[in-house]
Design a protein around this ligand. Structure first.
Ligand code: CP
Length: 292
């Protein structure tokens, strides 16, 4: 595998191999990769979790990490993404983790650089390492995916997390249902009432409203969204006995989820973040070891 950019092309076997390797990392901690590899994290959109957990994964693997700050880079002087990547290739970097606002930014890079590209999120396209950490967390809880009912709620059409998870979970045998206003459904077939789905769901995955992709148009106030589509303290009481709450974060307290539910016994939100380090170690190892 030369690059890791999308869940769409991964086979079920490849996904399970990543999860198994991440499980090994979670049990055993640090693991120095033989050989000397240099990586850099290029984030052209804000990030706390993805950027920090890639950095932690890189340190645990003993990689050299070249710092890059988009806000202080020559991007501000008009340098294109392609030219930035070719520059880092010339400097001697082996792999780049890239987050970029443009859907499919990686398509113009693959085949034109000897660097490996790991996608840290592209616009509304894909967020494959988030998907892997979500899958890891679900498997830790339920042991497998076959027949699980996963409900994804919120700004589905703008969400790279929803898109990556829908593809991966369906491939693994889970039933994925979407709950959102019709205006946000995009290519997804959705329901728009909690009553149809809440009591049968094993996983309730909430999403942040992606205001930055709405072009200034807002359908809801915080209060009206919470009332209609948020996981409230009343709704949580109707969840199945073993059902869990997930959210890729950052979360907006009192909007898509009641503040009291963030650290509720059903919530796996901080466990998702913890698991992100191990799946990212697995991805970095696979990509770097596969380099010719
Ligand atoms: N879940 C996620 O991608 O969070 P960040 O935007 O903070 O990286």
């Amino acid at each position: 595998m030369d690059h890791f950019v999308s869940m769409k092309e991964l086979t079920e076997k490849e996904i399970i191999e990543f999860l198994d390797r991440a499980e090994m990392f979670k049990k055993n901690g640090t693991h120095e990769l033989p050989g000397k590899y240099t990586v850099s994290n290029l984030f052209f959109e804000p990030s706390t979790r993805t950027k920090m957990s890639f950095e932690m994964a890189e340190r645990k693997l003993g990689l050299d990490v070249l710092p890059f700050e988009a806000a202080f880079s020559s991007t501000l002087k008009g340098e294109t993404l392609y030219d930035t990547v070719k520059t880092l290739e010339a400097i001697g970097v082996d792999a780049l983790v890239i987050r970029h606002p443009e859907d499919g930014y990686y398509e113009e890079l693959i085949g034109r650089t000897s660097l490996s590209i790991i996608n840290g999120g592209d616009g509304s396209g894909q967020h494959p390492t988030q998907s892997l950490l979500d899958l890891f967390t679900i498997r830790e809880e339920f042991g497998s995916f076959e027949g699980l009912n996963v409900l994804i709620v919120g700004d589905i059409g703008h969400s790279r997390v929803a898109r990556s998870n829908a593809q991966a979970l369906t491939k693994l045998g889970a039933n994925v249902t979407f709950l959102c206003p019709d205006e946000w459904a995009d290519e997804f077939k959705s329901v728009n009432d909690w009553d149809e789905v809440l009591e049968s769901s094993d996983v309730v995955m909430l999403l942040r409203i992606q205001h930055e992709r709405h072009g200034g148009e807002e359908l809801f106030t915080k209060e009206s969204y919470h009332e209609q589509y948020g996981l409230t303290t009343e709704r949580v009481l109707r969840m199945k006995e073993r059902a869990i709450i997930m959210h890729p974060a950052p979360f907006n307290r009192g909007v898509e989820i009641a503040s009291e539910l963030i650290e509720h016994a059903r919530s796996r939100i901080f466990m998702q973040i913890k698991n992100g380090v191990y799946v990212r170690m697995a991805v970095l190892e696979k990509i770097l070891k596969g380099r010719k």
